[in-house]
Design a protein. Structure first.
Length: 230
């Protein structure tokens, strides 16, 4: 059984009196432990597709399945619960809360889930340690470099032990050396934990490291290619 399955997905947006097709007839299956990049020109529908897979948006028509469950029929509250339990998100702009320390940012998903403070803190410290930034746990985001902020964002995404991590342009705001370090880190996490990663990206450095590339153009998957990652 696929971890993610999309069946005949269409997504339309209304812009004034104009109806825009963001996604058209998307059929896709992603297996557990895959390391997948969705790429293509700006406006091709990459972020929309990631948002549908991550249950941040709903299709106009079609079905989305997560681990065999049809999530398109779930209420907003039920979708939120599934996201919190099963999906981690990494964003281009990091999306860390500026008033919280690195440690508090990482703890947040567990606290939302209702975990006790001590348990959340203990696990957050372990995640930051695993990612090599425990020494910065008391720092707020503005005191961290871009690479450090992205590591905090990765720790926050992983603290709930998700089966799926969705990363929207995770290396776009990073210099080349830091970007390659972050890519290597995510690849190691994929190999060690079996967590499935799906990326939206323009970054050729990231495309060279994934095992599967989905080329999106005008809202349609025009190429689905399995590759040998470097």
């Amino acid at each position: 059984m696929s971890l993610i399955e999309l069946r005949q997905i269409y997504k339309y947006y209304n812009l004034g009196e104009t109806r825009i097709a963001a996604l058209k007839d998307i059929n896709l299956a992603v297996q557990k432990s895959e390391f997948v990049a969705i790429w293509g020109p700006s406006g091709s529908g990459k972020s929309t597709l990631c948002n549908l897979i991550g249950l941040l948006d709903t299709p106009t028509s079609g079905r989305v399945f997560l681990d065999g469950q049809d999530v398109t029929i779930l209420s907003d509250d039920a979708c939120s619960e599934v996201r919190n339990k099963a999906i981690g998100f990494i964003f281009q702009s990091f999306n860390l809360l500026p008033v919280l320390s690195a440690l508090e940012n990482v703890m947040l998903p567990l606290q939302i889930r209702g975990e006790g403070l001590l348990r959340a803190k203990e696990k957050a410290i372990q995640c930051l340690t695993d990612l090599g930034i425990a020494e910065y746990s008391a720092h707020r985001p503005h005191r961290l470099s871009g690479g450090q902020q992205q590591r905090v964002a990765i720790a926050r995404a992983l603290i709930t032990d998700p089966v799926l991590v969705i990363a929207d342009e995770p290396t776009a705001n990073l210099d080349s050396e830091t970007a390659l370090m972050i890519i290597d880190l995510m690849q190691q996490l994929n190999l060690q934990s079996g967590t499935t990663f799906i990326f939206s990206t323009h970054d050729q450095r990231l495309l060279a490291r994934v095992n599967r590339q989905l080329l999106l153009r005008d809202g349609t998957i025009i190429e689905d290619k399995t590759v040998s990652a470097l």
